[in-house]
Write a protein that binds this ligand. Sequence first.
Ligand code: ATP
Ligand code: MG
Length: 378
Amino acid sequence: MMENIRRHLGLKLFLSYIIVVAVGVLVLVVASQFTLPDAFNRHMLGLANGQQMGMGLGRGQGTGMMSGVFNDFRAGFNETLLYAIIASAIVAVAVSVFFSRGVVAPLRAMTDASQRIAAGHYDERVKINGGDELAQLGERFNQMAEKLEQVESMRRRLIGDVSHELRTPLTAIKGSMEGLMDGVLPATNETYQQIHAEADRLNRLVDDLQELSRVEAGSYHLDIKPVDVSSLVQTVAKRLSLQFESKRISLDLELAPGLTRVQADEDRAVQVLTNLVGNALQYTPENGKVIISVKQKNDEVQIAVKDSGIGIPPEHLAHIFDRFYRVDKSRSRQAGGGSGIGLTIARALVEAMGGRIWVESEGESQGSTFTFTLNPAK
Ligand SMILES: Nc1ncnc2c1ncn2[C@@H]1O[C@H](COP(=O)(O)OP(=O)(O)OP(=O)(O)O)[C@@H](O)[C@H]1O
Ligand SMILES: [Mg+2]
């Protein structure tokens, strides 16, 4: 029995209601028995026969007769009291059952729903009535279920995307190998280089994916401290200068005077900027122009990479930071193969350092400008 009570909230609530009722009844009975003689004296004797003060219950003469009347009165009163208690107890039990069920029902619904969610039915939600704490709990429960559903669909999409991305180079490698084996493809250096390039692409993709999962899960350490933006920009420009020269693209720096230092992880900031400048280099045809500019605006330092390249059509702008998103999949692949992860990583890093990142482009062949912000060091 005790075990049963311990395990059922409904039973606990029901018993607590019953205990309250029982205590109430007990107090009613005791109090009425205590006050009854006095009330009898005042109402039946004192009022009816004010002069005969001595005739009161337990006070001298006439006691024998009056106590007979009193006993009859008490018997009548007690009988009425008993019926009243029985009737109210029945009603109290019914009301207690109703209310304890009312409290337990939403909890039971949530238990059932959580079990169905655990079994993989992520679209499960509970009905919400009213606005009390239980309703709030239900609301939070539904929010949690929605979040789980989103995570699950993201997970599915990610697995789909990754398999798709891996399949392309694998198919190419397999095709080339089969061609070699069947003698359809000549066993030349060029064929081997092609296969090697695809394997390389696969390798890069796996590295990028690893980096992405680390960054998205936040499982890396940020060493945030005051960093000099000018030297940061110069480092990146110097590192990429050879590649710019060989593609005959000019790379200019525009640093506003008197720049303050920024709060950043230097290596991560370099990684973000390298990513953006690398894209500008990749998506700008020969003889183009790339400018890295830094300026302070509205209590943040803005670092912009502007290119005169192929630009981004407006309908793609909103998706450009999405994982695996490429404006023209075949084009990026031919151009030495981006996998569409670079900007996703860049955004995660910038946001982890407390900044924002966005892109502007007038459209195709109009160039693009990628800007990210960092907070000034105090
Ligand atoms: N400066 C740019 N000019 C035009 N398009 C750009 C520019 N930068 C990025 N894009 C477009 O955005 C897409 C996503 O860029 P992102 O850097 O995330 O991936 P990627 O360059 O294709 O591959 P990777 O993961 O190797 O960097 C690119 O495929 C390209 O279509
Ligand atoms: Mg890129």
